[in-house]
Design a protein. Structure first.
Length: 460
């Protein structure tokens, strides 16, 4: 178990993390015809929207309660009520999420009371679910905000088994999937394909692979999300055969879902690398009773071959990783499994999952802390989001972009990291980066007894 080094500085220098508010908004964006309305100033939403647009390269539906000086001092509940009424009238969404910001939390705004007042004044919109969630951006990170939003959604929209009349296993081929924030749309698409290969029907909560996968829609413009999990599917979660939970950050949400539905769950810290994927395949085989498809057996053999091909480059390589906790656990365990050494591990917040990181120490800090640790530990390759670009330049080591945001490259949101295919491609990508540094290259041998010859003087 690693030693956890907690933050001691009074401020962040080159911050690593993205805010809880953005994480909660991301969770709401995984539902069809939904829209998050951030409770804060216009600037709070504008900054979040810039991150989303630059990362996904897509128009992102976000609204704001636009708190100003007066509402900040006198009370901002009316801003919530008016904002909800305007969105409900103009857009008729299937779900409205209300993540709070540091401004509204500091002001002491009672969002739950404001939603109740909106219901009282506007009964015509009673069928539109509204989910408030407390996500001050001065604490936590994207991962924790995402998890809080899912917990609030399950608490409000998934009915108790007794009330809904659901029975675990009634839909013997349905599998619920609680998907954490570190899973990209590409990861979720891969996970759905694997589950479907066993004849099972996955219901992802939320499904970013359908809403933020980067596709052209027949409609010219939509003020709501154009894909994702249908809110009505939340009513069927209690009939599923099982629930897969990917990410330690979702354990509270998973506990709540199990309490409300009675459906058994299987929990994974991550799905990166051979061992984690083997466990997933075994569980899907046990649930479905179907044999493992040949294509998955072949993908496993391909990953094994890739591990052999890349072990000269990856073995004993010194890695530095700076990402959110769930992703840090997955990357550290996978790289350690192929012979890598995690000499520097920095993360955004303290979380219980950090005990699973394969490293001697984990620092809860920022990119300044990362640079000091990399210099001391002589790391050879850095894995972080696009905030780490300048750090990598100063440290003069290559950067592999991972996590959120990735705003200086295209397609980072669609990259697949999980399962056999994702692990195989990741090993090749890292190995190629190290080959550029001549890591693992076998130099030509020249005997010390060989006579040095100037071939330019030879006459042909």
């Amino acid at each position: 178990m690693p030693e956890i080094l907690k933050r001691k500085k009074a401020l962040s220098v080159s911050p690593l993390k993205a805010s809880q508010t953005i994480g909660a908004a991301l969770a709401f964006l995984g539902f069809r015809h939904s829209i998050p309305m951030l409770h804060g100033s216009q600037g709070c939403t504008a900054f979040g929207k810039v991150f989303f647009v630059r990362h996904f390269r897509e128009p992102i539906p976000l609204q704001t309660t636009a708190m100003d000086q007066v509402s900040t001092v006198m009370g901002s509940e009316n801003s919530v009520i008016e904002g909800l009424k305007t969105i409900a009238e103009k857009n008729k969404p299937c779900l409205i999420g209300i993540p709070t910001t540091g401004l509204s939390e500091t002001q002491g705004s009672d969002v739950t009371m404001a939603v109740a007042e909106f219901r009282k004044k506007n009964p015509q919109f009673s069928e539109i679910p509204v989910v408030p969630v407390s996500t001050p951006d001065y604490s936590g990170c994207l991962e924790s905000g995402f998890a809080k939003a899912l917990e609030a959604i399950i608490d409000m929209l998934v009915p108790l088994a007794d009330e809904a009349g659901t029975i675990p296993g009634r839909k013997h081929n349905q599998i619920n999937v609680l998907a954490a924030s570190f899973l990209t749309p590409g990861d979720l698409e891969e996970l759905k394909e694997i589950i479907e290969a066993f004849g099972l029907q996955p219901v992802l909560v939320p499904d970013l692979s359908d809403s933020l996968d980067g596709h052209l829609d027949s409609a010219d413009f939509s003020s709501l999300t154009i894909g994702g999990t249908d809110v009505s599917e939340l009513l069927t979660l209690g009939n599923a055969a099982a629930t897969l939970v990917v990410g330690d950050s979702l354990h509270k949400a998973a506990d709540k879902l199990e309490q409300r539905t009675g459906v058994d769950d299987y929990r994974f810290d991550h799905l990166m690398g051979l061992e984690a994927t083997d466990r997933l395949i075994q569980i899907l085989h046990d649930i479905s009773g179907e044999p493992v498809p040949y294509k998955l057996e072949r993908q496993r053999a391909q990953l094994q071959d890739a591990m052999l091909d890349t072990h000269f480059m990856l073995g004993m390589t010194r890695f530095a990783i700076a990402v959110d906790p769930d992703l840090l656990v997955g990357l550290s365990q996978m790289l350690a499994g192929v012979g890598g050494e995690i000499v520097t591990a920095v993360t955004s917040v303290n979380a219980r999952s950090l005990k699973q990181v394969v490293a001697e120490q984990v620092k809860v800090g920022d990119l300044e802390d990362l640079e000091h640790m990399v210099s001391d530990n002589k790391a050879e390759l850095l894995i972080s989001n696009s905030h780490g670009v300048e750090s990598a330049k100063r440290l003069k080591i290559p950067l592999l972009r991972a996590g959120f945001p990735q705003y200086d490259t295209l397609g980072g949101y669609q990259k697949t990291w999980i399962a056999y295919r994702g692990a195989r491609q990741l090993l090749f990508e890292i190995a190629n980066m190290l080959l550029a540094l001549e890591k693992g290259k076998i130099q030509a041998y020249q005997s010390i007894y060989a006579q040095k010859t100037d071939f330019r003087e030879q006459v042909i």
